[in-house]
Design a protein around this ligand. Structure first.
Ligand code: CMP
Length: 140
């Protein structure tokens, strides 16, 4: 089925100037960029977005990292987009990510891991609505 998923190119990858290379991987895999914005998240936004991880020991480091510089947030759309994006990203921990994945190629650590992608249909819908409310997503 055609799906939408939320993708974030994190501050480490934006700072490395590899936004275009990462977007090219999505496009090369047949995913379309249905929405995109380069933004500096506020602490409140980062805390709310990652609210599901609030009780985890890494929550504070995660929020601090996500507000450390601008991020490139996109909605990716295409056949099986949620799983396809997760395969392109590779494992959360770049040390465990398969060769040729975005995290294997661009990430430095489990915190500075280059990209975020929604993990399931329900979270994808929530995450897309969080960053692109209303009419800011363009199917084609
Ligand atoms: P992300 O997909 O953005 O979702 C939550 C983030 O928390 C994750 O990527 C990692 O960058 C970060 N993180 C740090 N430590 C851990 C951990 N032990 N397990 C999962 N995520 C972690």
């Amino acid at each position: 089925a055609i799906e939408r998923t939320l993708s974030i190119i994190k501050p480490d990858a934006v700072a490395k100037n590899v936004v275009g290379q990462i977007l090219a991987r999505f496009e090369g895999a047949g995913l379309k960029i249905a929405a995109a914005k380069l933004v500096q998240l506020s602490r409140a936004e980062a805390e709310a977005f990652y609210g599901v991880h609030k009780a985890r020991p890494f929550f504070n480091d995660l929020v601090n990292f996500m507000v450390s510089g601008p991020v490139m947030i996109q909605v990716l759309e295409g056949e099986n987009a949620i799983l396809k994006n997760r395969e392109l990203m590779g494992a959360t921990d770049p040390k465990k990510a398969e060769k040729g994945t975005i995290r294997a190629d661009f990430a430095d650590s489990i915190d500075a891991n280059a990209v975020h992608g929604s993990d399931a249909a329900e979270t994808a819908a929530q995450e897309v609505a969080f960053f692109f409310p209303g009419m800011q997503v363009y199917s084609r």
